[in-house]
Ligand binder design. Structure first.
Ligand code: ANZ
Ligand code: ZN
Length: 838
């Protein structure tokens, strides 16, 4: 028969789905609800293969759930604020709004061509006032609810571009654009109290058993709960107005192994001492040139400055420890001060080696090994306490408890919990974001914009010709009267971190009234999102912020949902070959060709090395644009390729042969689907195969094991291909069309209508499974001769005794053994065994 022609078929069915509103999610449907969501894209300009893979997976699940009888919410929108739009404005002199909206239009058209079962009526873009105005309302609700506050905080300041830089814009301590060394400046900024929810965010992870373990661990580490002891050292002699020093430790058990104390360069005591100590100032300046990110601090060489001061050991007034200022102590963790135990902490070990401080073992494998040398690295193994006076012989856990108890009883310290998580700083000194709805009045302080004056809309007439925040230098925008007293006041010119936009978009998808952020009852019908699918790059921040935002809204009574996403799946990347020139530049495939069996550059014929297979990225020039691929092969072949071969959590290497293979299989499905014969008669084997495939594919899709579902479709297609004409075969074909509908919906729709089936396959029910056909109805029978296993037979279950006996005696191997002589006796255990006594 004819070839499957995607050029005409794809668009036709897309139009039918569109006109019928096939994928509109009905808030009032009596069916059970299912919310399937993929992380919404940033409108960078083009859909890339990673998007195609992500959205294909979600689409298969959404279509499958519909066939299972769910009312499915499967929406799409745009995470449309952010820096690239401002960069485009600077580089291409195009307004961020124009750039973004043009990108959205292009990407929407691309997505539509893939035939995703999306409810486009719920489309949203975070850069539009109807979205960000509602976000401003929520911000004000949280402000009223006490979850928003303002404080001074350090930012990265680029002194040449005169602008605040995001952490990602600071490269090796320099501004990414200007190359100038970045300064730290203090600015008043807005914060959300995520730390109020630290315990609950940590605790909630336990119940998220449909999340990848690694994501839960990453969140756990990010929240970073540490239980320990906070205690006061007395300074041996008061200095710079200080007479005590607070430290935090998670290892109070090691207190008799302490050989020094250390404070951060930013610790108030260090700052006070620096006032009269130029050498300390120089040391601190030197430390500040290495970044403050925990990872950098971890790997940097340990450096210290001896203050000449000392602290008194809390359990022995005759014992003093030298006090250093050290580069590995962070000011914003614990108390910004520590005591060092070189034998059992690697940083302290390195430090002690460098400054010749004592290294005393206080934990050993056994009490008898108190003198075991420490060796070349700190020993963090568990064991029993040694060289530790009243703690000797205790386990680490008991010794921790004993020291905490003693500190609390004697009043020099208390057991405490410290978190790595910090409150969420949401102020950004940028134009293309949600304006923070606050007005600063000299008399009244910061005042929330009254809700009837929302949205606070971004001004359109801005320029990006000079660095800095266009909102701040706009001639009129920020000058407004105070909503409370009417005096001249000033709008907040910071905008919200774009992670705020993505912290509640799924709620707005579920319910989007014009006059409120969402309707509580309607949103609660859809939420939580049962299956969320996206990249692992969002494993920490986005997911944590969304989990926090949902809890914060619950806290102020706006919604009764705790966890926004009960199921999470993080898909692998789409990868592709890379090419490199002799001087190490990345080359695009069209810059490379084969000449006389070797790879050379097209331009100069220089030898080219085949690089590694890497994630598709512009910088490595190994991207493949889905657009032309969809043109050439059709949406269904592209979708099929995205699902086959690799398990969805693994990387998927893009290849020409792979997409061609997918295209060929689509053609094969097409030929098969037209192969009904009208013949009569049943084919029990084929019936069984169909029912098993139906059950298996359903289980695979539910487990998101799309590649396994695809493998079962290959098998079923072969079985149908091979089966002789029968009524069973015709049924199998109609069933196959429904089974492939979630994956190759255009072909399935076309085949369904040619088969003369009623309605759309998109609305059809998933085929029913007859459980009787799933049970194994063949058994393997052992055939023994004189008690020795000689052969096996595969027979129908429950085959009568005489028939089994005849089959066994007739088997070639057995006949040869018997050599024509009649057996003395034959014992048959039905469905299990035949024993022949010769
Ligand atoms: C003594 C000690 C002995 C420590 C030992 C560890 C091992 P986590 O688990 O990450 O919470 N510390 C405390 N505050 C610090 C700061 N501001 N900057 C750098 N290090 C700091 O780590 C807690 C441990 O990290 C604390 O326990 C402290 O060193 C150090 F065998 O105290 B420990
Ligand atoms: Zn006022």
């Amino acid at each position: 028969s004819e070839r499957f022609n995607h050029h005409t078929v794809d668009a036709r069915w897309q139009q039918v789905w569109d006109e019928r509103g096939s994928f509109h999610a009905d808030d009032h449907s009596p069916k059970p609800k299912s919310f399937v969501l993929e992380m919404f894209p940033y409108p960078s300009g083009r859909i890339h293969m990673g998007h195609v893979r992500n959205y294909t997976m979600g689409d298969v699940l959404a279509r499958y759930r519909r066939m299972q009888g769910f009312e499915v919410l499967h929406p799409m929108g745009w995470d449309a604020f952010g820096m690239p739009a401002e960069n485009a404005a600077m580089e291409k002199k195009v307004h961020p709004g124009d750039w973004t909206r043009a990108n959205i239009a292009a990407m929407r058209a691309q997505l539509k061509r893939l035939g995703f079962a999306l409810d486009w009526s719920r489309e949203l873009a975070t850069c539009e006032p109807d979205y960000y105005g509602q976000e401003q309302a929520l911000f004000l609700d949280l402000y009223e609810g006490g979850l928003v506050y303002r404080k001074e905080s350090a930012v990265n300041w680029d002194p040449v571009d005169m602008t605040v830089l995001a952490n990602e814009q600071v490269i090796d301590g320099k501004g990414w654009r200007s190359g100038a060394p970045v300064e730290r400046r203090k600015l008043s900024q807005w914060f959300l109290r995520i730390t109020d929810f630290a315990d609950d965010l940590l605790d909630g992870l336990k119940a998220l058993d449909q999340w990848p373990e690694k994501v839960r661990t990453m969140q756990e580490n990010w929240i970073g709960k540490s239980v320990g002891l906070k205690f006061r050292f007395a300074l041996a002699e008061p200095a710079a107005g200080f007479d005590t020093l607070d430290v935090f430790t998670t290892r109070p058990d090691t207190i008799f192994g302490a050989s020094f104390a250390a404070i951060s360069v930013d610790h108030p005591l260090a700052l006070a001492l620096a006032a009269n100590d130029p050498a300390l100032v120089a040391f601190a300046d030197d430390c500040r040139t290495t970044g403050t990110a925990a990872a950098e601090v971890e790997t940097a060489e340990k450096k210290g400055y001896d203050t000449g001061l000392s602290v008194v050991h809390p359990l022995d007034p005759t014992w003093t420890l030298p006090l250093f200022v050290a580069n590995f102590v962070l000011m914003d963790y614990g108390t910004g001060a520590v005591f060092g135990v070189p034998a059992h902490d690697q940083r302290d070990f390195d430090f002690a080696r460098k400054y010749q401080l004592p290294i005393t073992r206080v934990v050993a494998p056994s009490a008898a090994e108190a003198d075991l040398p420490v060796g070349d690295a700190a020993d963090s193994a568990p064991g029993v306490l040694v060289n530790s006076r009243f703690l000797d012989g205790m386990s680490v856990a008991d010794a921790k408890a004993a020291v905490v108890a003693r500190a609390e009883a004697e009043g020099w310290g208390e057991g405490t919990t410290v978190w790595r998580l910090r409150d969420w700083g949401v102020s950004r000194q940028r134009y293309w974001g949600t304006p923070i709805p606050i007005i600063h009045c000299a008399a009244c302080g910061p005042v929330g914009v009254p809700k009837d004056q929302l949205p606070v809309v971004l001004p359109e007439d801005v320029s990006f010709d000079i660095p800095g925040n266009p909102l701040d230098r706009h001639p009129t925008w920020k000058h407004v009267p105070c909503p409370t007293c009417g005096a001249p006041a000033r709008r907040e010119t910071d905008t919200l971190d774009t992670f705020v936009d993505s912290s509640w978009y799924f709620i707005r998808f579920a319910s989007a009234p014009a006059d409120r952020p969402f309707d509580k009852a309607v949103a609660e019908q859809w939420l939580p999102v049962g299956q969320y699918i996206g990249g692992v790059e969002h494993a920490i921040l986005h997911l944590l912020y969304a989990r926090f935002w949902t809890r914060a809204l619950r806290h102020i009574g706006k919604i009764d949902v705790a966890e926004p996403f009960t199921g999470l799946f993080t898909q692998g990347m789409v990868t592709h070959e890379t090419y490199k020139s002799p001087d190490g530049r990345w080359l695009a495939p069209d810059e490379v060709e084969q000449r006389d069996g070797t790879l050379v550059t097209v331009e100069r014929g220089e030898p080219v090395t085949l690089g590694r297979i890497e994630k598709m990225s512009k910088s490595k020039k190994n991207t493949v644009d889905p657009g032309p691929i969809v043109d050439q092969y059709g949406a269904d072949a592209v979708r099929w390729f995205m699902l086959s071969d690799s398990p969805p959590e693994r990387d998927l290497p893009w290849s020409e042969s792979g997409i061609e293979g997918a295209w060929r299989f689509v053609q094969r499905l097409w030929r098969l689907s037209g192969g009904q014969s009208g013949a009569a008669g049943a084919d029990a084997d084929l019936d069984r195969k169909v029912h098993r495939s139906t059950a298996g594919i359903a289980a695979d899709i539910e487990a998101l094991s799309f590649n396994k579902a695809v493998a079962k479709i290959y098998e079923l297609a072969s079985a149908i291909d091979k089966a002789p004409a029968s009524a069973s075969r015709d049924t199998a074909i109609a069933t196959l069309v429904r089974l492939i509908a979630p994956m190759v919906p255009h072909l399935a729709e076309e085949a369904w209508s040619l088969l003369g089936e009623p309605g759309l396959v998109a609305d059809a029910a998933w085929p029913e499974v007859d459980p009787a056909l799933l049970v194994d109805d063949e058994v393997t029978i052992a055939v023994q001769v004189n008690g020795k296993l000689r052969d096996t037979l595969t027979v129908a279950k429950g085959l009568p005794r005489e028939e089994v006996e005849a089959l066994a005696l007739g088997a070639e191997k057995i006949a040869r053994l018997l050599d024509g002589k009649p057996p003395r006796k034959v014992i048959v255990v039905p469905d299990r065994l035949v024993n022949i006594v010769a």
